[in-house]
Design a protein around this ligand. Structure first.
Ligand code: FAD
Length: 514
């Protein structure tokens, strides 16, 4: 008779042998494909990590593609194996997801950054665009297009993300009120579907796939190529921060600014709760307009709302920009002594988060868990949200920034897959928290996750009509509720472009067909 322990050991070794056989089968079947790039079967750990640093699913293989046909061939191979294969495929951009969305448990991860085809190329005839690989980083696109005096119009706050990664979500920053999210600034895409077909799509050609993929969470195809619209680039930026004590004044002035014709080029904002030494801790590149008055400013522990603005200009406009900024600021009623202005280059402004990233990396603080929560809240409910959350559920903001800024719905295309609130103006509220590993206090992962749950629960019970951005759900019902009336279209698109549910398993929306 086998003892329980021996039985368990035998059982586990049977599973291990089975998995090994299974992996050997997967490895040899993938090795048979005549691709230009290569498969990696051993050094795959990096593909089981992401910025969220909370989920780790190891793939069976990582594909480093050198051409779109490598990707198409791999997916077609898996598609042809049909439901008898459990293999799934996840495109991995820069791995800056939060919940394992770019991971594929025992599947194939495609390292999109290896795909350098097409070579990035700026086009200036008829209209201006840059033709890039889906694995290209936005920071590289910025540098390349600036060589032609051009720039993409709409950004994310952080540029070390890939085109495919942000277009699968939306891509939002302080320019989106005017230009819409990044998904509103794409001319054409090349996509590899879940059957391995390579399809070119745009508003005019294969438009259902085009709109489906934009904001589609990677469910309908892998973006291998994108044509991104460009505009003339400025060279310099006036970067401004002002503080408010009253939320209603802060938010209504944000709304006023995003609705005006002649306004700033970038409009964001953030919340400051229970932070001390605020003015001394201000970024060193920020200079108070009146240092003496600023040093006397005391928030007395009250919640502060910081409006962050930018006005772009060219060196040649040096003489008029100050007047223009003064004119725009004169409409606002922020606390007068809290006007901070700095002047930086356009690249410095757009790549601003990288400065903090490098600092945090050097202290090992970039690789901590990031239990981020991003919400889109309708304008009519933002005051109620602020009252319920800031200083109430959220008692301090020392675990990371809390961004809050309004967006114009008219700049979003409702044919895309992204889910946004119903109202004409809605807010992005982003809780960008970092957890301290092994801590038990209010900077621990458990504490922050519980806080996130309370915020979500508050939104639900107060019926705020908020939607998650970079959504994360674990059940089909929750996904269905998230998509609401768009769910049917989403399911139909899945059936059309990825019927076996091979793609983007890390989003946990559909199960691979068995
Ligand atoms: P990954 O994490 O690698 O992938 C994300 C998802 O897209 C996965 O499901 C993956 O399978 C899929 N995917 C990746 N590439 C492709 C492709 N080529 N085709 C199809 N599907 C693909 N977002 C904003 O909107 N605004 C911000 O200001 C912003 N700031 C951020 C700052 C930081 C520091 C971080 C970590 C994230 C930020 N984000 C922001 C979120 C970011 O846009 C998303 O997490 C994005 O998905 C990350 O891009 P990535 O290249 O790392 O994608």
């Amino acid at each position: 008779m086998l003892s329980t322990r021996s039985f368990m050991l035998l059982f586990l070794s049977c599973i291990a042998v089975r998995m090994n056989l299974c992996f050997t089968g997967i490895h040899s079947s993938l090795k048979m494909l005549s691709i230009n790039g290569h498969f990696e079967f051993d050094k795959v750990q990096f593909a089981a990590r992401d910025f969220g640093n909370r989920y780790q699913y190891y793939p069976a293989a990582v594909l480093h593609p050198s051409s779109v046909s490598d990707i198409a061939m791999t997916i077609e191979h898996i598609w042809k194996m049909g439901p008898r294969s459990e293999l799934t495929v996840a495109a991995r951009g820069h791995g800056h997801s939060l919940h394992g969305q770019a991971q594929a448990h025992q599947g194939v991860v495609i390292n999109m950054e290896s795909l350098q085809d097409p070579q990035m190329q700026v086009h200036t005839r008829n209209f201006t665009y840059v033709d890039v690989s889906g694995g290209e980083l936005w920071i590289n696109i910025l540098h390349e297009s600036l060589k032609y005096g051009l720039t993409p119009k709409s950004w994310t706050d952080y540029l070390h993300l890939t085109v495919g990664g942000t277009l699968s979500n939306a891509g939002i920053s302080g320019q989106a009120f005017r230009h819409g999210p990044q998904i509103s600034n794409v001319h054409q895409l090349e996509v590899v579907t879940g059957k391995g077909d390579v399809v070119s799509c745009s508003k005019e050609q294969n438009s259902d796939l085009f709109y489906g993929v934009l904001g589609g969470l990677g469910q309908f195809g892998i973006i291998t190529r994108a044509k991104i619209l460009l505009e003339p680039a400025p060279t310099m930026v006036k970067w401004i921060r002002v503080l408010y004590l009253d939320f209603t004044t802060f938010s209504s002035e944000q709304e006023l600014l995003i609705s005006a014709e002649n306004t700033f080029d970038y409009i964001e904002g953030f919340v400051i709760i229970n932070r001390t030494g605020l003015l001394n801790n201000w970024r060193s590149s920020f200079n108070p307009q009146d240092p003496v008055q600023a040093s006397q400013f005391k928030s007395d522990g009250k919640i502060l709302y910081c409006l962050e603005l930018a006005k772009y200009f060219h060196h040649t406009e040096d003489n008029i920009i100050d007047q223009e900024v003064t004119r725009l600021l004169s409409q606002l009623s922020y606390i007068p002594s809290t006007l901070f202005i700095s002047e930086v280059t356009y690249v410095e402004f757009l790549d601003r988060v990288q400065v903090s990233a490098v600092k945090l990396q050097s202290k090992g603080l970039w690789e901590v868990p990031h239990p981020w929560l991003n919400l889109l809240v309708p304008k009519s409910k933002i005051k109620k949200f602020a009252e319920g959350v800031f200083g109430n559920i959220l008692k301090e903001t020392s675990n990371g920034p809390v961004l809050i800024y309004p967006l114009n719905k008219s700049k979003w295309d409702n044919r895309t897959s992204v889910v946004i609130p119903e109202e004409e103006i809605f807010y992005l509220v982003a809780f960008l928290t970092s957890a301290v590993p092994f801590s038990r206090g209010n900077n621990s992962l458990e504490y922050i996750l519980a806080q996130n749950m309370r915020i979500l629960e508050f939104c639900r019970t107060a019926n705020l009509g908020a939607k998650q951005y970079l959504p994360h759900y674990t059940t089909r019902n929750e996904w269905q509720a998230h998509f609401g009336p768009m769910w049917e279209t989403y399911v139909q698109r899945k059936k059309a472009y990825d019927p076996l549910a091979i793609l983007a398993p890390g989003q946990r929306i559909f199960q691979k067909a068995k």
